[in-house]
Design a protein around this ligand. Structure first.
Ligand code: FPP
Length: 240
């Protein structure tokens, strides 16, 4: 059932603009990513304060492996360092962390960090922070389709038992609500292979701010914008 919410239950953010932020300051791209860590903390704090239950951050797409090796390594290193440093604090805030994406291509060190952060924060109940890391929505849909086709081939399900519900359960977001709002920073208006299935009824918001300049006030602004939106889910309402 579609429920009209004033506060989004699930906010997803495409964190964009780190490279441009660095370039504007004559810095290396890596420094833009480094400056992008504090806004992650701010978004988590603001999500908890606004009673948002799910916050998904697009941290590394499958396509990002194609960036220069030094930048990829720098992001991996930054991820490990951040995970080591933030785990206890996130757990104290009641934040549970889930890493969403294929667990392939990662070094053993990164895989260990993924397991560590998920384990340290597993009891968090106030907010689930989903980090999309080595994630691509087309690949996610493809893997889900293969999984379902396999079950059909094995005679475990019939073709007419393939429903939206079954599909949703085969995706990496199984058990999660769809995002109510998708934010992309830096004034770019694209989804870039992010949550293509789940975004069907999301409200979109595109602040001009580059990700390193995103902060709690920006998050609050997004929540205010969401409250003004009239979500109709293809129906008509009193306001329309
Ligand atoms: C997009 O900006 C950003 C990324 C590909 C990496 C995001 C990573 C962080 C914010 C680092 C911290 C996050 C965690 C979870 C440790 P871009 O490089 O595409 O920017 P541009 O479009 O200006 O070049």
């Amino acid at each position: 059932m579609n429920v009209k919410r004033v506060t989004p239950q699930h906010v997803a953010i495409i964190m964009d603009g780190n490279g441009r932020w660095a370039k504007q300051r004559g810095k290396e791209r890596y420094e833009g990513h480094l400056a992008g860590v504090e806004p992650v903390r701010a978004a988590v704090r603001a999500a908890v304060r606004n009673n948002v239950k799910w916050l998904t951050l697009y941290a590394f797409s499958t396509e990002n492996w194609g960036r220069p090796i030094a930048e990829v390594e720098a992001i991996m290193e930054l991820f490990c360092r951040t995970v080591v440093g933030e785990g206890d604090d996130l757990a104290r805030q009641g934040v549970r962390v889930k890493i969403m994406g294929e667990r392939t291509n990662f070094s053993p060190a990164v895989l260990e960090m993924i397991e560590q952060i998920e384990s340290v924060t597993r009891k968090g109940e106030r907010l689930t922070l989903v980090l999309a890391f080595n994630y691509s929505a087309r690949r996610e849909i493809l893997l889900a389709t293969q999984h379902i086709a396999q079950r059909v081939a094995e005679g475990k399900i019939a073709i007419d038992e393939i429903t939206e519900q079954l599909m949703a359960e085969a995706l990496m977001t199984a058990g999660m609500p769809d995002p109510d709002m998708i934010i992309r920073t830096s004034g770019e208006y694209r989804l870039s292979n992010f949550m293509l299935w789940q975004a069907s009824y999301a409200e979109f918001y595109f602040p001009e701010v580059l990700w390193p300049d995103f902060n709690e006030e920006e998050f609050d602004k997004a929540i205010e914008v969401f409250a003004q939106r009239d979500r109709r889910y293809g129906l008509v309402t009193d306001e329309s």
